[in-house]
Design a protein around this ligand. Sequence first.
Ligand code: NAD
Length: 476
Amino acid sequence: MHTYDMIINGRAVPGAATFEVVNPATGAPFARVAAGDASHVDAAVEAARAAFPAWSRTPDERRQALIGQLADLLETHMAELMELLTRESGKPLIGLDGIGSQMEVGGAIAWTRVTGGLSLPVEVIQDDAEARVEVHRKPLGVVGSITPWNWPLMIAIWHVIPALRAGNTVVLKPAEATPVATARFVALANGILPPGVLNVVTGTHGSGIGSAIAGHPGIDKIVFTGSTPTGKRIMGAAAGNLKRLTLELGGNDAGIVLPDVDPAAVARKIFKAAFHNNGQTCACLKRLYVHESLYEALCNALAAQARAVVVGDGMCEGTELGPLQNEEQRRIVQALADDARARGARLLAGGGPIAGPGYFFQPTIVADLSNGTPLVDEEQFGPILPVIRYRDIDEAIALANDNPNGLGGSIWSNDIALASTLARRLECGTAWVNEHGAIQPDAPFGGVKQSGIGVEFGLHGLAEYTSLQTVKIMKC
Ligand code: NAD
């Protein structure tokens, strides 16, 4: 079994012990990773602070060229990284309609190239006989990045690349369940970047690494992707030195299907939006509101998709959905299914675990629930979709907005003008029409309400890794 070290100040650091990373398709360990602790966070922050002056003063073109080399590196190691991602996260190599590890590494490459090419030029507010007023974007210092287990490499890239592009240095902490592809990427990247610019600290649940980063006085900003409760804890811990925060938190995205839609035409797209990566994506469609006129037809079409989808080990060709990433997540999904059944809901497909090794669960479609029940109100983060009946569109919009989360939402209709107007009434950071969950590296993405603070991607995302400095030069 291969062991993956931490990388601090350009050097491999084994830590005092290692821990095993489990393949969720088999329940068996497949890799070992260095078990770090808060002392490694201190060492990584020291290295990142030491590297910051030179990295932040490195000319833009040089930083852009090095980031371009990181994208080349990801391309060269694509097959290896895909396999590591499938073994640690369970997502299939190719997956449902192409949403799997290949897409994760491909996305990492695309985001690296596009973000590396962005620039935040100096803004000139005034330039006359009296004075010149310029607004500069300056890097913040050391960025602490904390990532979740669902898209581990791509989310690490979303954090690291804009931070580096803007001139910051980084201490990265991957989720304890999925640290392998990230640790491998950082090791490779340190063959290109100067020592201390990008560090990774790994450890077990309870190692205290995450809270050490959140509270560290030597860290200037935290970028965190994960659950809302953890985001709130980080926000509290970060107050000590007023760290800047980007928080990408939980979602409970609603989709609304209008009466003019042909159920057969949208069922596959909606199924993909809800079930890709086994529902373990922040912006999966997690509550589906369907007009009563097509309710039964769409429920049945979705149930047929759920029964036909190929569930299995992600390493096998043709697998569309893998296992849940961990046993605890499967337990949460089972409890939601059991609660729905106890409330008299109809389980049109699935409803239980799949026998055998690994954390597999049947893709599940649940009809006849309403707001005010756990499966509708809470983020399920698994392969189970509640389908809710509505009568009029104002009622549907109100039900969709009746949730503390506000990450994404969607309207499905052949009337594009009406759908676009309704999309803007959804309380969420991204609203889609006849689509759900599609993101791109040049459009801002983030949550409103309790789904987060700030955005990622594009110029708006890059700006979050900088502070503004106004420079006023008197001419007389
Ligand atoms: P999590 O909050 O349990 O863990 C995320 C990370 O935080 C892990 O690395 C974990 O070790 C670390 N952590 C835990 N406690 C900490 C603490 N006290 N201080 C600092 N760090 C701590 O989330 P998860 O279960 O790994 O991920 C699933 C959640 O992430 C879902 O809610 C999902 O919606 C959300 N998510 C959001 C987005 C987005 O862009 N909004 C994207 C992906 C996932």
